[in-house]
Design a protein around this ligand. Structure first.
Ligand code: BG6
Length: 501
């Protein structure tokens, strides 16, 4: 990891440089970095893609992206001109060695001009089919050979199941060392997600309670009101388990369940997270129906607007069996969490977008208050809201003012935006900055990715062989199929949504 003040000259090569991710996320994030922080003394962004484009055409399009998607930067002409000078376009086929030879020439020229060590970042912002190709060519053209200077970035999905993830990881490590491979999960760049470690391990208050002695169960929800937009073709082959649970929800599970790290070292933190995934109790093929629920939305209404069912979405097969909703019950078999259920759920076209984790504490061992005083009795709960609210809320029992002893739950709240004024970086901004600093803490290591697939592969296998038959099984604008409610309620537990009710 490098110091923030002295960032080495950097060349950011983006494969898929004319694509959507570059337009919506990567360049707006890089622009924000250059606005708020000190960019490397020398910087170049080389966008590689197959279409015909001039540097100026590309810059114009990217400026539109920055204007549209940067939440907190106003793009001023001079500032944009300064930034855009660093952007260059290189036309090339990702599967032709010529492209890499041309890239190499361009890199060498910049290196000569800048006189000194230059970091090279190769970002695969391409369709997943290219993830197994680009690293081979980078290796073959010796662009991966500077072990301390070059790094490769890969977006999800990393594989389709355990075997394909292993194959992909093997392709990466044939050309790059593990320390050069940065696997992005944008959830890890969210401030509220990063704060989970600070909340747990920078305060002595909650950690003594953060275990099976005091925690009854934990719920993790990532709900989206949106459907699949224009991503039907990708999504229909993926589904919610691969698209959300394998990465974002598993990472949230790790942050909530992991043991305290000894230092803020990338591998130390990733070791602790990997331990969680290795401790997840395997779900056998026979038990999939007992522990996991899948769903798919039919037509309905979201915020008073009619929306079509999944089958009618663009790019989706009319008899698709792909799940747009998953709820599951997991156990982490270790000293801290033995027999504490973790309920995970995610879905598209739910009534509202909300990502949150709720720690449900055990009830008091004995209720000494008169029965009628605690009609609204609720055990204490701690809610970590990730998005769109950015809050931590502690719910506990309080006595209502008055002569009678009447108890009811009240909330104590920390709100991010109220406590910290000023710009809050977007997830990609944080992660790209870490990447420039060569800090892998918030990136996934191969063993984590494989461990997550190991948990989910039996589910995928059972689903592959047993079609659901009853899809769609929830109406857009509801909280998913009834079975998801049953999965939790039958154990005396509940999803607490929205707003800790
Ligand atoms: C992406 C998924 O990784 O995360 C999308 O592919 C999903 O399907 C998105 O919509 C959710 O991210 P966020 O940051 O909007 O919660």
């Amino acid at each position: 990891m490098k110091s923030e003040e002295n960032v080495d000259p950097t060349i950011f090569t983006i494969f898929g440089g004319a694509g959507d991710l570059t337009w919506r996320k990567l360049v707006p994030a890089l622009f924000s970095i250059s606005h708020y922080r000190s960019m490397p003394s020398h910087l170049a962004i080389i966008a590689v893609d197959r279409v015909d484009l001039t540097d100026d055409q590309l810059r114009k399009r990217l400026r539109e992206g920055v204007t549209k998607f940067s939440n907190h930067v106003v793009v001023d002409d001079d500032e944009w001109e300064q930034f855009a000078r660093h952007i260059h376009y290189l036309k090339g086929d990702f599967k032709s060695i010529e492209t890499y030879k041309n890239l190499k020439l361009q890199l060498r020229e910049l290196e000569k001009e800048w006189e000194g060590g230059v970091d090279k970042i190769y970002y695969m912002a391409t369709p997943p089919a290219m993830f197994g190709e680009i690293p081979k060519y980078l290796g073959e053209s010796e662009l991966s050979h500077e072990k301390h200077r070059s790094r490769i970035v890969v977006e999800k999905p990393i594989g389709y199941d355990l075997d394909s993830a292993r194959q992909l990881n093997k392709i990466f490590t044939d050309s790059f060392r593990e320390s050069q491979i940065f696997r992005i999960d944008h959830y890890l760049g969210k401030e509220t997600v990063q704060n989970i470690l600070a909340f747990r391990f920078a305060n002595p208050l909650f950690e003594p309670l953060w275990n099976r002695g005091y925690v009854d169960y934990i719920t993790i929800t990532v709900a989206e009101a949106l459907g699949i937009g224009h991503r039907g073709e990708y999504y229909d082959k993926s589904g919610a388990l691969r698209d959300m649970i394998q990465n974002h929800l598993m990472q949230l599970l790790c942050l909530v369940a992991m043991e305290p790290m000894v230092s803020f070292d990338a591998d130390e933190i990733r070791n602790k997270k990997a331990d969680v995934l290795h401790s997840v109790r395997p779900i056998s093929h026979d038990d999939v129906g007992k522990y996991v629920v899948r769903g798919q939305y039919g037509s309905g209404q979201i915020c008073g607007q009619d929306v079509v069912g999944y089958h009618k979405e663009m790019g989706v097969s009319p008899d698709s069996q792909t799940e747009t909703f998953v709820a599951m019950r997991l156990f982490v078999d270790n000293w801290r969490w033995q027999d504490v259920p973790f309920y995970l759920r995610t879905g598209k076209r739910l009534p509202q977008a909300t990502s949150e984790i709720v720690i449900h504490f055990r009830s008091v061992p004995h209720r000494s208050f008169p029965k009628e005083s605690s009609i609204n009795w609720q055990s204490a709960g701690l809610k970590i809201s990730i998005h769109p609210s950015e809050e931590i809320t502690l719910r506990f029992q309080a006595k209502e003012p008055g002569p009678k002893v009447l108890l009811r739950p009240v909330d104590m709240k920390f709100n991010y935006r109220e406590s910290f004024k000023g710009p809050h970086p977007e997830a990609y901004e944080t992660l790209l900055w870490d990447l420039i600093l060569n800090d892998a803490t918030q990136f996934m290591r191969s063993d984590q990715v494989e461990a997550a697939w190991r948990i989910l592969t039996p589910i995928l296998e059972v689903w592959e062989n047993n079609k659901p038959g009853i899809f769609p099984n929830y109406t857009a604008g509801t909280w998913g199929p009834e079975a998801a409610e049953k999965l939790i309620v039958q154990h005396g537990h509940r999803w607490m949504l929205p707003g800790l009710r």
